[in-house]
Design a protein around this ligand. Structure first.
Ligand code: 4NP
Length: 147
């Protein structure tokens, strides 16, 4: 199972979803590969935002060794599920899809609604973390066929 988390910058939301799900998968010894990417190119090569690193650390997840990268068309082939944080990410990723199979891999990370961009509001990092953590637990229940 290969899952790619996507947001705009790949420094706030998708690194959290990547790190939290990867942490849960390791705890459960699942043979899943988790990664993240941004639709934008501003932060390529950078660490996640310090506020995402801090909130993850507060709850026992280390995301400090992640490095920002941009979403690329190869990702459609390399991943089984491409989970995006909001409608803009959805349309940006879908605009790069070419084959029928590509479209079927992309959907919103949350079942109902979007993960809001916390970049301009320090107070949003904690609620965003919890939103992501809850959904990652659900994703394991949904996608772990050995349960
Ligand atoms: P993210 O947040 O998409 O959750 O990583 C953002 C981070 C940076 C920018 C936009 C969104 N930016 O414009 O630099």
């Amino acid at each position: 199972m290969k899952i790619l988390m996507v947001c705009l910058g790949n420094i706030c939301r998708s690194p959290l979803a990547h790190g939290v799900l990867e942490h849960m998968v390791k705890e459960r010894k699942l043979n899943w590969e988790i990664d993240s990417a941004g639709t934008g190119n501003w932060h390529i090569g950078e660490q996640p935002d310090r506020r995402s690193i801090a909130v993850a650390k507060k709850y026992g997840v280390d995301i400090s060794n992640q490095s920002c990268r941009q979403f690329q068309t190869d990702d459609f082939e390399n991943f089984d599920h491409i989970l995006v944080m909001d409608q803009n990410n959805l349309s940006d990723v879908i605009s790069l899809a070419q084959r029928d199979a590509d479209f079927g891999k992309v959907r919103l990370f949350l079942k109902n609604g979007i993960v809001p961009d916390p970049y301009h509001d320090d107070k949003q990092f904690d609620p965003v973390y919890h939103m992501i953590e809850k959904r990652c637990l659900e994703l394991i229940e949904e996608l772990d066929t050995n349960r």
